[in-house]
Design a binder for this molecule. Structure first.
Ligand SMILES: [Zn+2]
Ligand SMILES: [Zn+2]
Length: 103
């Protein structure tokens, strides 16, 4: 239901805590840092082929009952790439030229 707020970039494994503005997600919530999305992925998710958007920041303050990063804590399950870097590069090259809404 809520975003899992995954703890790391799948590509470089850098930590992406819930308030980190570098976090990018695809529609399936595959999570990467902005640096890898720009430098290595060409804004193509290596898992699903979709585009990325900045991950929203879950509020620290419980403005409404039960809704805060403390009440809905982030995932601690680190996720790693499931394809080789070579495969990902080819995948990104193949798909990057197609606008996300046309993929
Ligand atoms: Zn990264
Ligand atoms: Zn994806």
């Amino acid at each position: 239901m809520a975003l899992a707020l995954r703890p790391n970039c799948e590509y470089c494994d850098t930590d992406l805590p819930p308030a980190d503005e570098r976090a990018r997600i695809c529609s399936y919530e595959c999570t990467f840092c902005a640096d890898c999305v720009g430098r290595h992925l060409r804004n193509v998710c290596p898992n699903c082929g979709g585009g990325f958007t900045p991950r929203p920041i879950r509020p620290r303050t419980e403005w409404r009952p039960g809704l805060s990063v403390a009440k809905r804590p982030p995932s601690d399950k680190r996720v790693h790439l499931s394809d080789s870097l070579q495969d990902i590069q080819a995948h990104s090259e193949r798909i990057a030229a197609i606008a996300p809404e046309q993929r």
